[in-house]
Design a protein around this ligand. Structure first.
Ligand SMILES: C[S@@+](CC[C@H](N)C(=O)[O-])C[C@H]1O[C@@H](n2cnc3c(N)ncnc32)[C@H](O)[C@@H]1O
Length: 232
């Protein structure tokens, strides 16, 4: 912990209660996808290693409604709330949060290098959705009209950026996170990720001179986030 960065290991539904009212400028988060029931598991091939199918033990039950009261309590009136959202959760996010915010939009991340479909059956899963919510008077750094389309293109997290130990199946790329943080917050603002995984939102926030609070349930991911953020 330092005065710009605080990481908590544990369940965010409990730990959020430690954050005082009206503290957070920007919640940028990536909760469990609840895709476990639809998954057929990692893809197996005789001629190459398994391909990760975004399946993880933690990808169980997440209901945005359980976080509604705490998110509203800790978010400043000028704050923004953005969350990665799997296709199966869009209706639930809209049902719960649209009545609570002036604006509810969606944003698409187009992955330029999605996992290939070797069996050539169906579309590639090359898009991910991010639901975006705010009230009037929110922080918004609008660029040129041509830069403000509700989509962004970049590769999935690769190479040196990808944490090797432990591997996190859904580690998000810093390029995308920095783009979102740059639009929806200002320098020295406090950014929160209550499902931080290996700390990608925190790294992006630090690189843009924001402050950050991150929470992660899994001990190994938490330790990897501490290491990336150079904190013990
Ligand atoms: C989709 S991943 C986030 C990945 C992250 N964006 C990254 O780049 O590393 C969701 C994370 O939420 C964590 N998680 C699940 N339930 C949680 C809870 N109740 N409190 C805190 N973290 C939780 C999981 O362990 C997992 O690492």
């Amino acid at each position: 912990m330092n005065d710009r960065l605080t990481l908590y290991h544990g369940d965010s539904s409990e730990l959020l209660k430690n954050i005082p009212d009206n503290q957070i400028d920007f919640i940028l988060t990536d909760p469990p996808y609840n895709l476990g029931p639809y998954s057929t598991g990692n893809m197996k091939f005789g001629w190459r290693s398994d391909i990760n199918n975004d399946l993880a033990e933690w990808d169980g039950k997440f209901d945005p409604a359980d976080y509604k009261d705490e998110f509203l309590r800790i978010l400043k009136p000028s704050g923004n709330l953005f969350s990665f959202c799997s296709y199966n959760m869009l209706g639930r996010w809209h049902e719960v949060f649209d009545p609570l915010f002036d604006t509810f939009q969606y944003f698409i991340w187009h992955k330029t290098n999605p996992v290939p479909k070797f069996r050539k059956a169906g579309f590639l899963n090359s898009c991910e959705m991010i639901v975006c919510m705010w009230n009037k008077g929110h922080t918004w750094n609008f660029g040129k009209q041509s830069e403000m389309h509700n989509h962004f293109e970049c590769p999935i997290c690769m190479g040196l950026e990808r944490v090797k130990e432990p591997k996190h199946p859904t580690q998000k790329p810093l390029k995308l996170l920095k783009y979102l943080i740059g639009i929806a917050s200002n320098e020295n603002n406090l950014v929160l990720d209550p499902f931080m995984g290996v700390g990608s939102t925190g790294v992006a926030a630090m690189e843009l001179n924001r402050r950050f609070i991150g929470i992660e349930l899994d001990k190994e991911y938490f330790k990897a986030a501490q290491k990336r953020l150079k904190i013990d």
